[in-house]
Design a protein around this ligand. Structure first.
Ligand code: SF4
Ligand code: SF4
Ligand code: SF4
Ligand code: FES
Length: 939
């Protein structure tokens, strides 16, 4: 296998129905209007030499290497900046052009180190390639004059170097940072010979606004911006296309290897979700996969106080199966269960839930989506009929108004944020609904029209007020509603009540009524308005209500069923959509079909040759309660650290401690493994073979870059465990698992590895009605037929600030770290965000005598911890904020037992707390912190 080199057509594609026919070196070619001469030439198979042009960036026209001759035109125009015109005749190779290009290259080379043979980019350098392409044979100018050969190297970034001596000032990096990433951290300083690339205000890359996305490194045609891993390991020689293991954007990458060693991850241009872009996690933070903390051998122990004993696979699986059977014989079929993981592939998740249903013989299976996006599944199913977002990511390019609610895309979903920012720079309007002033509210070239800075816990009140404006000000799309929806009248009567007016809601939410009205009008009157939301919507006691509230608003204003609109959850983990699709919930078989449906169960029973219970099984919180009660005795935990990630940690720990058997399958000995009797080492995404489904329902292939380091795939281990329990479950390859999923699940009926290999990816539903998938849902009708309006009365959370706990804590993420940090803390990303900090408003800090950097105690009615404070006016007075990436520092959310009424999703986002300056109590403090429950939000 060789390195996959994607073609570079020089300038971006132009869309549109109108076409233009031209001739390039005598070859006819027809292209969309507005296409550059360079791209038209490339499409006819002719590569024009270039340096400053690349097809991910708008043409710039600075290097003058791409000159051409055009019949009837004077001079030699740059082909990258010249659009085609009907009948144009272009010549790309003439003696005059050859001479001009050689002259340009001579100037570049005369100010460039000639260390090609030892340069890290040798073989992957466009300067080198272009020297060959223009036929450069001599350089008449020496190094005697002024040059840049002694320019310094900036090695401050942990992942890439900037060697200024090799820079040709083509500005591709500067443009990539602006156009693609949207950060605008780089500029070209000075003019003429003095021109040079500068990060920020002449700072190092590390000190600048740079977010380390690597777009500039990818765009650089020379070794100036180069991955440190390439410098250390050498140029890769083969590549495999796979999918990022971090967030729900689901970026496609070329994993580039040298031998069996992964050298770098390069975002794949044809990746449907990312189209060649990435963030710091996906591109650079893969080192955890080879971290020495990884466990490579199965281990067992009788008691959790015993030392672990390494055993072979057969012994570990046999031990687990025997124990599970014994427990069932003694305590009943329902005394055991399993938890699937949103970090694992669809195929792995599918076999785990199948093992529980067919081999365990019950429906006691749940997933970590319980604590993040379960309200999305419930709310969208109730209103639209399908538990998934409505659009593809590309759709945002057609949105005129974008409403972001309870999400922080630049940190949580960075590659989608870049797409969104591009649209905002083009002129789309932005409404941010969030207690915190997230970066999107004001960033380079972007300013939100409205930031509705609501009090935590008042989402439903605010969305109702927006809908109230639409209904009472005549902004309803009546023909859409009449044709496509039901139950509108009673909903409209409810929403028009005075208690839902912006004036009434101002008193509850703190959002000025005029702002609320203006934002609602902006949304309702836009040709295309789209809602994007995150855990700030779902992790509330009214999470499901809020999801339905957004769906109501979108239906009422006709913002469903075409590009540029929709209701879109930004899913957190890479496969949270997939783990839900695959039947991980105790009441649903794959494809969100209820276990009580006889016809559906019958199909599975026939295929699986086992009876399936018609009663839903236990949810995760029910499992914990039953464990403490003594009726639930054994748990299989697949790739999930419930002892860190679930609420009410003391209760979770008590439940785990009460189990007779806890089986953990994971990469690392995590917190949950402290309560385990069997540890089955898992595989990293680099070893997995299967699929992930991202937030836009896109099924992407995860291809193995290397064999499983543990000797077994995770799906094989699960199958062997099921078999050891007496249920024959065997597959020759993961493609067979997907084939079974497709046979049993109508929305996946058309999915196969062959199709994914051919098309790159597909978005479900993919079946005979939509053989190539469904980018936009509910186009002509809703999945459930008519879209259903549901009255969404606002019910304040029971969690209120009190005299003892006067502040409200809410939480979020930061770009460089991920969830509880199990992966990112084992990579170079530790250079950023070494600890979780508490953001507190200067006023709240002052009255408590807290200064920037002070260590503070953070206490709620269920627990306490300590962390360092940072003074920030991003939060309103009375609200504090922290991230949850460092459980070991105890900086996680001290949440309550409150949860969403419909799904039990914990109310992580609203906790009444007190913050006090910490009085150091050295030894005891550490012990005390270990006793403190520190539940964390995950997704
Ligand atoms: S890494 Fe990304 S953010 Fe940083 S300078 Fe390069 S393009 Fe800009
Ligand atoms: S660093 Fe690279 S991309 Fe940027 S101007 Fe220099 S050569 Fe061009
Ligand atoms: S945006 Fe998400 S999927 Fe894409 S590279 Fe970053 S972490 Fe990975
Ligand atoms: S590639 Fe056209 S001017 Fe540089």
């Amino acid at each position: 296998m060789t390195l996959i080199k994607e073609p570079d057509l020089g300038t971006p594609a132009k869309a549109g129905p109108a076409t233009v026919s031209v001739e390039v070196d005598g070859l006819p070619v027809t292209v969309p209007e507005g296409t550059s001469v360079m791209r038209a030439a490339a499409l006819s198979g002719i590569d024009i030499p270039k340096l400053c042009a690349t097809d991910s960036l708008e043409a710039f026209g600075s290097c003058r290497l791409c000159l051409v001759e055009i019949d009837g035109r004077r001079g030699t125009p740059a082909s990258c900046t010249t659009p085609v015109a009907e009948g144009m005749k272009v010549r790309t190779q003439t003696p005059k052009l050859e001479k001009l290009r050689q002259g340009v290259m001579e100037l570049y080379i005369s100010d460039h180190p000639l260390d090609c043979l030892t340069c890290s980019a040798n073989g992957d350098c466009e300067l080198q390639d272009m020297s060959g392409a223009v036929g450069l044979r001599q350089v008449r100018y020496g190094y005697e004059g002024e040059n840049h050969l002694d320019a310094p190297t900036d090695s401050s970034n942990p992942y890439f170097d900037f060697d200024a001596s090799k820079c040709i000032a083509c500005s591709r990096c500067v443009r990539a940072c602006g156009e693609v990433q949207g950060t605008f951290a780089l500029t070209i300083e000075g003019r003429g010979f003095e021109s040079k690339v500068a990060a920020g205000l002449g700072e190092s890359f590390m000190d600048s606004e740079c977010v380390s996305c690597g777009a500039c490194v990818q765009a650089c045609p020379t070794a100036t911006l180069q991955e440190k891993s390439v410098v250390q390991l050498g140029m890769p020689s083969r590549s495999v296309i796979t999918t990022c293991a971090y967030c729900g954007v689901g970026c496609s990458f070329k994993a580039e290897l040298r031998g069996d060693e992964l050298v770098r991850m390069v975002p794949y241009k044809d990746g449907g979700a990312n189209e060649g872009h990435s963030c710091v996690k996906g591109r650079f933070a893969f080192g955890y996969a080879s971290h020495p903390d990884r466990v490579m051998s199965p281990m067992i122990r009788e008691k959790i106080t015993d030392e672990w004993r390494e055993v072979d696979w057969e012994t570990a699986i046999g031990y687990a199966a025997t124990k599970l059977r014994e427990i069932q014989q003694k305590h009943g079929v329902g005394s055991i269960g399993g938890i699937t993981s949103s970090r694992c592939t669809n195929e792995e998740v599918y076999v785990v839930q199948k093992m529980v249903r067919a081999a365990f013989g019950n429906n006691n299976v749940d997933t970590c989506a319980r604590v993040c996006h379960s309200p999305t599944g419930y709310g969208l199913k109730q209103t639209f009929g399908e538990s998934a977002g409505t659009q593809d990511f590309r759709s945002v390019a057609q949105a005129d108004v974008i409403v972001v609610i309870g999400a922080n895309p630049t940190d949580g979903h960075p590659v989608f944020a870049s797409r969104m920012k591009r649209r905002l720079r083009e002129g789309a309007k932005l409404v941010v609904v969030d207690p915190r002033r997230i970066d999107l509210v004001r960033s380079p070239h972007i300013e939100a029209q409205h930031h509705l800075q609501l009090a935590p816990g008042t989402n439903v009140a605010v969305i109702n007020a927006m809908a109230h404006v639409a209904v009472t000000e005549g902004l309803v799309d009546q023909s859409f509603v009449d044709e496509r929806c039901e139950d509108f009248e009673q909903w409209a009567e409810f929403i028009a009540r005075p208690e839902n007016s912006p004036e009434a809601i101002e008193l509850v939410s703190g959002v000025p009524a005029e702002d609320l009205r203006a934002a609602a009008r902006l949304y309702a009157e836009a040709p295309n308005a789209a809602i994007y939301y995150g855990l700030g919507v779902t992790e509330h006691s009214q999470g499901s209500t809020m999801v339905m509230g957004m769906a109501n608003l979108a239906m009422a204003t006709g913002n469903i069923g075409r590009d540029g609109v929709g209701v879109n959850p930004l899913r957190g983990q890479n496969n949270v959509q997939g783990s839900c699709d695959m039947g991980s919930f105790p009441h649903e078989l794959p494809g969100y079909r209820h276990v009580s449906d006889d016809a559906v169960r019958n199909v599975f029973e026939t295929m699986w040759d086992r009876e399936i219970l018609s009663e839903p099984g236990l949810r995760i919180p029910n499992m914990f309660d039953a464990a403490v009660d003594g009726t639930f005795r054994a748990l299989f935990v697949h790739g999930e650290d419930i002892a860190q990630s679930d609420p009410n940690i003391n209760h979770v720990r008590a439940a785990l401690e009460a189990l007779d058997l806890c089986i953990v399958q994971d990469l690392f000995l995590n917190e949950t493994a402290k309560f385990a009797h069997v540890f089955l080492p898992g595989t990293s995404f680099l070893e997995k073979d299967g699929t992930f489904t991202n937030a836009e329902r896109r099924i992407n292939r995860v291809r193995p870059v290397m064999a499983p380091k543990t000797g077994k795939h995770e799906w094989q281990i699960v199958c062997e465990l099921a078999q050891a329990m007496g249920y024959p479950m065997q597959y020759g390859h993961t493609r067979e698992i997907m084939d079974e999923i497709a046979t049993l699940t109508p929305t996946f009926a058309g999915v196969s590895f062959e199709k994914l290999d051919k098309l790159g990816s597909v978005q479900w539903p993919c079946n005979e009605n939509a053989p190539e998938g469904t980018p936009t849902m509910h186009v002509d009708s809703f999945t459930r037929g008519k879209g259903r309006f549901v009255a969404t009365a606002y019910v304040p959370t029971e969690e209120r600030s009190t005299r003892k706990y006067p502040l409200i804590l809410t939480t979020g993420r930061i770009l460089s770290q991920y969830n509880v940090g199990a992966q990112t803390r084992r990579t170079g990303n530790v250079a950023w965000h070494p600890e979780d900090l508490l953001e507190i408003h200067p006023h709240d800090a002052e009255v408590r005598g807290i200064s920037d950097g002070d260590e503070v105690n953070l206490a709620s009615r269920v627990g306490a911890t300590s962390l360092h404070a940072v003074l920030s006016d991003r939060m309103p007075v009375g609200v504090v904020y922290t991230t949850f990436h460092h459980p070991v520092t105890g900086a996680n959310v001290v949440t309550t037992e409150n949860s969403d009424w419909a799904t039990n999703c914990p109310e992580y986002k609203v906790t009444a707390v007190q913050v006090e300056l910490r009085t150091p109590v050295p030894a005891q403090g550490v012990e005390a912190r270990e006793q403190i429950p520190v539940p964390v939000s995950v997704d």
